[in-house]
Design a protein around this ligand. Structure first.
Ligand code: SF4
Ligand code: SF4
Length: 616
């Protein structure tokens, strides 16, 4: 039974600590999650993993895509993870999970098992991999790369890992590794308790700790209201965190408004939930919608990426800023359902802060220290009307095509909202075609990064997916820019822009004109221009990004970078800029203009160049 404190309120005994992967934002598994785990388990091992009538907790762990640790009866019994290369889920059992599935069962009714000889058992338990000569029987259908469980003649679980050869080869081979083990030895690991658990029992066992958390949130809300004399509102998103906040705020005061910004990319269930919540709590709903802005801007910016979230500025920050400015002339105090477990930026954020992107708005976060399990226990206890998407496999409720979403969630769209998925896929495929990128690039979610992380690039390589965008004509360099403060990034201002066409990064090396705005550092698929502690990133996709606390500096640098790119690509070798350099760092020869190493990055030469002066 999961208890969030040191004493269980039901039996009054001390609880045991369960070690999970940080940050530990645990949550309940809904029936969709449980049936997904059982489906994966049945496909891989022939039987479902999760017994009926059990409370199951999931813990999101860091990975290339979505990965959830599965916790039952105080044990992490395994995890499921979505593998980008397979476009499928894989279940990785831990010793207790393997015991549930394999011990006391007829092996012939199961899949992906390997039986080893008694003489091999001590070596394997001590950490050795499983060698083919030690294998006495196995599932014949095993193929290389499968997750397998290793058992003894008595059917005791000995190890778990990935097969290195086919089942038929394991039996016949006289040498070679049959299974590369990930964990060895399971004897000390007990299997699950037989007693069934219910969520109503969990709520009861956590009564005192939840009382402490809610009381602390009430105190925080009441003190904040006392200290900040402004009209009060709540930023409601349709998600679980803002729902808890709604309930808490409603218990502290009667009169406040609900703010909701529809990005135009909200799930229909979210829009329904917002209406329902406003009605249910009988509060005034002040809303705005970005309408079709996203789709209108898509041709100019391309798909939003982790590095360049132009959509946040266009579809969210702009509309919500004007909403507040139009409705709260002298500012407002907005309660926000932010929690530190959500991201490292939120972990560092203070609990009350001045919103840098909306004039006169003070934001406050009463549930900053709650985990997702605190949130769900409170929702289940108060029966607050939560968004039904949580029961359909969605963990975060926001824009349905956010580049921060896992590929598993984006693929889930196909089942739950096929028309939305189709609309987006069509746009992505025609974008990919215009850049010489493949349908596989779209299908495997590579569009989510300007420059994918190393593991993702490795997967792209294994799948034969090219990440290089086709270079097109530079005749029409039309730069679109968007900028603003990042609400979740602790006062950081960011500016993102796109030429709308890919750039060949290698082209910039020859004339070195990017030096005019900083020191260029060329990396695969991008160039980082460093200027007095600020990095401007220029990507092969045609996107330029910059972030800094100083808005003016960031805007001035992105302008210099944009103009340096244009100047570099369109230089006419007129030589005008040469005489304007105070350091004599410009040199013109038969192969054109070049900035030398003594350049001090003052940017003066950029604006003397006729290509920039007359570039409209
Ligand atoms: S004017 Fe000279 S020193 Fe200044 S950026 Fe241009 S090349 Fe560099
Ligand atoms: S001033 Fe003339 S030589 Fe210098 S970058 Fe511009 S076009 Fe090229």
């Amino acid at each position: 039974m999961p208890v969030l404190g040191e004493i269980c309120d039901t039996c009054k005994k001390n609880t045991l600590k369960v070690t999970i992967t940080p940050p530990g934002d645990i949550r309940p598994a809904f029936s969709y999650d449980i049936s997904l785990i059982n489906k994966i388990s049945t496909k891989q091992f022939g039987v479902p993993l999760i017994p009926d009538d059990r409370v199951v907790i999931l813990n999101k762990a860091p990975y290339d895509d979505r990965m959830e640790e599965i916790i039952i009866d105080g044990k992490v019994i395994g995890n499921i993870r979505f593998e980008i290369e397979r476009l499928d889920w894989v279940l990785l059992l831990r010793p207790s999970g393997a015991k549930i599935l394999f011990e006391g069962r007829n092996l012939k009714s199961l899949k992906n098992w390997v039986m080893v000889d008694d003489t091999a058992v001590p070596f394997i338990v001590n950490g050795a991999s499983v060698l083919a000569p030690g294998i006495i029987d196995c599932d014949n259908e095993i193929i290389e790369g499968n997750e397998v469980i290793v058992v003894s003649r008595e059917n005791n679980v000995v190890a778990g890992g990935r097969s290195k050869m086919k089942g038929s080869e394991m039996i016949s081979s006289e040498y070679g590794v049959g299974v590369k083990t990930r964990w060895n030895g399971a004897n000390n690991d007990t299997s699950l308790l037989k007693k069934e658990t219910k969520w109503s029992d969990v709520i009861k066992a956590n009564e005192a700790i939840m009382e402490k958390y809610t009381q602390e949130a009430y105190n925080f809300i009441n003190n904040t209201i006392k200290n900040i004399d402004k009209p009060i509102c709540i930023s409601y998103s349709g998600g679980k965190d803002s729902l808890v906040l709604m309930q808490l705020l409603n218990e502290c005061l009667e009169d406040f408004d609900i703010l909701f910004a529809d990005t135009g990319l909200e799930f229909p269930e979210t829009l329904d939930n917002v209406e329902k919540v406003a009605k249910c709590y009988d509060k005034n709903l002040i809303s705005t919608s970005a309408g079709n802005s996203f789709w209108e801007s898509f041709p100019a910016f391309g798909p939003p990426t982790v590095e360049s979230r132009w959509c946040c500025k266009i579809c969210k920050l702009g509309p919500i800023s004007s909403l507040i400015e139009n409705n709260f002339e002298d500012g407002c105090l907005t309660f926000i359902g932010q929690r530190k477990y959500e991201s490292s930026a939120r972990a560092k954020s203070s609990r009350v802060w001045k919103n840098p992107w909306v004039v006169n708005q003070i934001a406050a976060a009463p549930i900053q220290n709650w985990t997702a399990l605190h949130v769900w226990l409170y929702i289940l206890k108060t029966k607050a009307p939560y968004n039904p998407l949580y029961e359909q496999g969605y963990d975060r409720i926001g824009c349905w095509l956010c580049p921060s979403s896992s590929l598993s969630e984006l693929m889930r769209l196909k089942d739950t909202h096929p028309h939305l998925e189709e609309q987006f896929m069509n746009q992505l495929v025609s974008f990919a075609e215009s850049r010489g990128l493949s349908k596989k690039w779209v299908r495997h979610g590579m569009w989510r990064w300007e420059k994918p992380p190393q593991n993702i690039r490795k997967s792209a390589n294994n799948l034969g997916i090219s990440l290089v965008q086709k270079n097109s004509s530079t005749q029409d360099l039309n730069f679109k820019i968007t900028s603003g403060y990042r609400p979740c990034k602790d006062d950081v201002f960011s500016a993102e822009g796109s030429f709308g066409i890919p750039l060949n990064i290698e082209d910039f090396k020859d004339n070195n004109l990017l030096s005019a705005c900083g020191v260029p550092l060329y990396i695969d698929g991008a160039v980082i221009v460093k200027n007095k502690g600020i990095n401007v990133q220029i990507f092969a996709s045609g996107t330029i990004t910059v972030q800094d606390r100083d808005e003016k500096k960031a805007l001035s640098l992105i302008k210099d970078a944009k103009n340096s790119v244009i100047r570099s690509l369109k230089c006419q070798s007129c030589g005008i800029c040469v005489r304007h350099c105070p350091n004599k760092a410009l040199n013109i020869a038969h192969n054109g203009i070049h900035i030398k190493n003594n350049c001090e990055h003052c940017s003066k030469c950029i604006y003397k160049c006729p290509v920039i002066k007359f570039n409209k």
